[in-house]
Write a new protein. Structure first.
Lengths: 309, 280, 422
């Protein structure tokens, strides 16, 4: 029996077990992500191009920022980059906020037992199941100003007097992208919150319900604190995805400067402009921007790993 | 008093019904529109009709005649492998990160998360070299490997969070019986976390099912291609024409398996497991 | 015994010569079928085998795939179908076909051969062309006693007049003119036609010098900007080819600028405008000549091919006279060989060929080959400058100046005017 072992050795043995349990995950991530990430970081310091990726020179931080003949160059001196940062932040904050509120509300509604609940739960997952490439094209079609079904319906109902050019107007286009993302990604939040709700200990709930506390109070006092860790992680991963948004923006508005996100910017430099060095610098800046946002968020959400019990 | 109570309940029921109807309309309308478009003859596609102005199965025939069924099978294989692998790996990682205090835990969590911070396109070229270097080019293995960086960080983080919610008494009871970490995970955590495991598995499955960029770049033959690429390969008579009917038919065809899957796994997301277990 | 050995050796030698060539030409559908038929005809004739690799129909996705494969020197595709603006981008990875094609190069449209020649190397063979065309509603023009406009101001005036009259008569959602106004490659083509037909130049000339006269350029852009919200819906700012066709095909536009592909679809049995559509060359500027943006696809051979001779032979066969004629008649693909536009069988296949043959003289190529890898930057800057003018975010003259400034900035990174740097 292991009963006689002292607490210190036990802790050491458990720590060793922890590393063994983590090893497969870390190995898989190191294998799959290590080389690509290291390569991007290195290329961002060079002038490599796609035409001949083997032939390049080290240029230091010039791809990020460089002063030459009285002019600033580099990603950080490109107004288009800053415009993309602004677009991305607006998009991420708005879409994730909406998805969170809607997702929690829908999950609560689907937590109530009713007939046909299984079907409704499966139906709610549908937007998440349609491939993004297709759903973006589908929405582009529905949002079309002249023959899109949404304008058609709104005109018929008398909600608008003239068709609205949803994706053509620079400001409306960003709204359209947000709406489509909310449609597509809310199920992600719903499913995770639903799972979290299922795994709650039932007693607190029962107790609150028996006491006749108002349901809204029950939600804010009991349910939300209990599901918060799961919800916070769901929000974190939604935000990570939203900050890297690409296909949605690209299909709805192409390379238009007015809705470009930072991932679209990086892709344009890497693929369209074939500039591996500059594009890698942009990608690294995307990484840093998101990392910064993640750290800020984790602090605000009190999800600091130190608080792991 | 009694009557008003019943009225209130009826009103609340109606309100709830309306809420459900709104949720369903929001979620399903675009798919309905895709369905309408997929049965509309090509010449009448620009009409913005809520019911099909004509009726045809030509788009479905066209889609199913191509290498599409093969692509569905490939997607299912890849997505199932990625879902199973990520859940299995993340279960161990999640338990360790949630329950075992050790030095460097903070760093490990952040390192795992940081993998999700690079734009996919930036990882593409390096991943392409890796895939070729390992001899995995144009094989489903390339996709399983590359999708792990999309799925694993998410699965590990969510499972860590869920595992923290498991009451300590249960784990301690297992430890008293002399169970090691693996046995504890299998006996205590898997049954208790089943709703979470199923939810994560579904989300990862769908992520892999829908991924486009890696699938396009790492496979080249029709025998290895997956659904989103097969959809992008649909074309009309020329490069400019978008074969709307066919794309929408394909969208309907690839969405149905996911709905079936969600229905099948639905009963695993059942309530009260944990509550019952703590009492027992 | 010796005879048997001889036969086996001969067979082995034959096998060694029989190559398998992989070609990427189009996506799934009719496009791929036509290519398969042609490639298999070549295979039957040459004794080699072909393998078709389908690639996405979207140009951006196809280019990204090619770039990954070629940058890794992957031999998986031998013959690549490439867009007319890609030779400059992909040239370092493509084989020089000038020796193989010496006898036939001058049978193709000279502007395409020039386009496909990068630093003296012929990196691709012309396969089929695309040209900007003007589609019009014959019935509406007849009803309002209007002729097909020959100049842009005339088009503006006719479109406005018919739109007003038809709307007064109850056709409330009719628009005058639709084109491709989204900030993408298609807008570069549209705007290049406006500029070139106004005598404002073609952005960059063959020597790599700036070819842009600000005054007529601003005039052309101002005219186009005046369309948005008057004769064109505001949504045109996000229209690509299919959105424009959708509006025109559903009967809601008098004129449309589009590529030849739309013709067959407009004549589809279920098309609401079937039989009521005419085609013409695009209008000219007030005192310029008409201009039609040159598009189309080329066939290139990868430098990393393991079977370069067989691959070049396949590319030559597919771009050859007989195969181009077959594709013109069977699929409506437009030959790159001017001689075929005088071929009675081709002319009989579709009325498009006559109009297209005439428009070939007005073809204006985008400055893709001369700017090389920087082309997409130039095109992006140009499209976004024009888009800002169309959207009313800046006036035309400011947009032209902004584009000139941007061009200087791009040139600093990739100086295409100095060949010694390459």
């Amino acid at each position: 029996m292991t009963r006689a072992v002292g607490p210190a050795t036990l802790r050491a043995r458990r720590a060793r077990a922890a590393w063994w349990l983590l090893a497969p995950t870390l190995a898989a991530l190191a294998l799959a992500a290590g080389w690509p990430l290291a390569r991007t970081l290195w290329l961002s310091l060079t002038d490599a191009t796609l035409a001949d990726p083997g032939d390049f020179a080290f240029v230091g931080l010039a791809n990020y920022l460089e002063h030459d003949a009285g002019q600033w160059y580099g990603v950080l001196a490109d107004p288009q980059w800053w415009r993309a940062v602004r677009n991305t932040l607006i998009f991420a904050v708005a879409s994730v906020a909406l998805e969170t509120v809607l997702g929690v509300a829908i999950a609560l509604a689907l937590d109530v037992p009713f007939r046909g609940r299984a079907l409704v739960r499966a139906a709610v997952l549908v937007p998440w199941a349609v491939p993004t490439v297709v759903s973006a094209k589908l929405w582009a079609w529905m949002l079309n100003d002249e023959f899109g079904v949404l304008n058609h319906a709104a005109l018929a109902l008398g909600l608008i007097a003239a068709p609205i050019a949803w994706t053509a107007d620079p400001d409306l286009a960003l709204v359209a992208v947000i709406v489509v993302d909310v449609w597509k990604s809310t199920p992600f939040v719903v499913l995770l919150v639903l799972a979290a709700l299922q795994m709650l200990p039932g007693e607190c709930y029962e107790a609150a319900r028996v006491d006749g506390v108002h349901p809204v109070r029950v939600f804010f006092r009991v349910t939300l604190p209990l599901i918060w860790p799961a919800l916070a992680v769901a929000i974190a991963f939604r935000a990570l995805d939203a900050l890297r948004v690409f296909d949605l923006v690209y299909v709805l508005t192409a390379n238009s400067a007015s809705t470009m996100s930072i991932s679209v910017y990086a892709r344009q430099q890497l693929i369209d402009f074939q500039d591996l060095g500059f594009g890698s610098a942009a990608s690294t800046l995307v990484f840093l921007t998101i990392g910064l946002a993640a750290i800020v968020y984790l602090r605000l959400a009190r999800l600091r790993p130190e608080e792991v019990r | 008093m009694k009557v008003s109570g019943r009225l209130r309940r009826a009103a609340r029921g109606a309100l709830f019904g309306a809420l459900l109807a709104a949720i369903l309309a929001f979620a399903l309308f675009p798919l309905y529109y895709a369905l309408v478009t997929s049965v509309t003859p090509s010449g009448e596609l620009f009409r913005a009709a809520l019911v099909p102005p004509g009726w045809t199965l030509e788009h479905y025939r066209g889609v199913l005649a191509g290498p599409f069924l093969r692509a569905i099978l490939n997607s299912a294989l890849v997505a199932a492998a990625v879902a199973a692998l990520s859940v299995a790996l993340a279960l161990g990682a999640g338990y360790a990160l949630a329950r075992i205090p050790f030095r460097g835990r903070h760093g490990v969590l952040l390192a795992i998360l940081s993998v999700s911070m690079f734009p996919q396109i930036a990882v593409l070229a390096g991943m392409f070299e890796l895939v070729r270097g390992l001899g995995l080019f144009d094989s489903l293995g390339a996709l399983v490997l590359s999708y792990l960086i999309l799925a694993l960080p998410f699965a590990a983080w969510v499972l860590t969070t869920f595992a923290r919610g498991v009451p300590r008494e249960l784990e301690e009871a297992a430890a008293l019986d002399g169970a090691g970490p693996l046995r504890t995970i299998a006996r205590v955590f898997v049954p208790l976390l089943r709703p979470g495991l199923v939810a994560i598995g579904l989300l990862v499955f769908v992520t892999a099912w829908n991924e486009f960029l890696f699938a396009l770049t790492f496979t080249l033959s029709d025998a290895q291609r997956t659904v989103p690429v097969a959809i992008a390969l649909l074309s009309g008579a020329s490069a400019y024409e978008l074969p709307w009917g066919a794309i929408m038919a394909a969208a309907v065809v690839v969405t149905l398996p996911i709905v079936a899957l969600a229905l099948a796994f639905q009963r695993h997301i059942v309530s009260g497991l944990l509550a019952g277990a703590t009492k027992g | 015994m010796r005879l048997l050995l001889g036969t086996v050796l001969a067979m082995l030698a034959g096998l060694a010569h029989a190559a398998t060539v992989a070609i990427s030409c189009g996506a799934v559908g009719r496009e791929l079928e036509l290519c398969r038929e042609g490639a298999e005809a070549w295979a039957a004739r040459s004794g080699h085998t072909v393998r078709l690799v389908s690639t996405p129909s979207s140009g951006t996705e196809r280019l990204a795939l090619y770039q990954q494969l070629l940058a890794a020197r992957a031999p998986d595709i031998d013959v690549l179908q490439i867009d007319v603006v890609w030779p400059g981008i992909l040239a370092p990875h493509l084989a020089d076909l000038s020796a193989a094609a010496r006898a036939v190069a001058d049978e193709h449209l000279a502007s395409l051969v020039r386009n496909n020649t990068v630093d003296g190397r012929l990196v691709a063979l012309p396969w089929f062309v695309d040209l900007g065309l003007l589609y019009y509603r014959r019935d509406l023009l007849e009803r309002h006693a209007a002729r097909v406009p020959r100049t842009w101001p005339e088009l503006t005036e006719t479109a406005a007049r018919i739109q007003r009259a038809e709307r007064d008569a109850g056709n409330a959602r009719l628009w005058g003119f639709v084109f491709q106004g989204r900030a993408y490659e298609g807008l570069t083509c549209n705007a290049l036609e406006w500029l070139a037909s106004h005598g404002a130049g073609a952005l960059i000339d063959a020597q790599g010098r700036l070819d842009l006269r600000p005054a007529p350029a601003a005039a052309a852009m101002a005219l186009a900007a005046s369309w948005v919200g008057t004769i064109s819906p505001r949504g045109v700012l996000n229209y690509a080819e299919e959105e424009a066709r959708g509006l025109f095909q559903s009967g809601h536009a008098v004129f449309m600028r589009n590529w030849p592909y739309a013709w067959a679809l407009l004549q589809d049995a279920a098309s609401p405008v079937r039989g009521r559509v005419g085609i013409a060359t695009l209008p000219a500027g007030p005192d310029g000549a008409p201009a039609a943006a040159l598009g189309g696809q080329q066939l290139a051979v990868s430098r990393y091919s393991r079977e370069p001779e067989a691959a070049a032979s396949l590319a030559l066969y597919l771009s050859g006279r007989a195969e181009q004629k077959r594709r013109a008649i069977a699929g409506g693909y437009h030959p790159t060989r001017p001689a075929l536009y005088a071929d009675p069988e081709v002319l009989a296949a579709s009325p498009l060929f006559a109009v297209l043959g005439a428009a070939l003289d007005d073809a204006v190529a985008r400055p893709a080959s001369v700017t090389g890898p920087a082309y997409n930057r130039v095109s992006f800057a140009f499209a976004n400058a024009v888009h800002a003018a169309l959207a009313g975010q800046s006036d035309a003259a400011t947009s032209v100046r902004a584009f000139e400034r941007q061009l200087r900035r791009i040139k600093r990174r990739a100086d295409w005017a100095a060949p010694d740097r390459r």
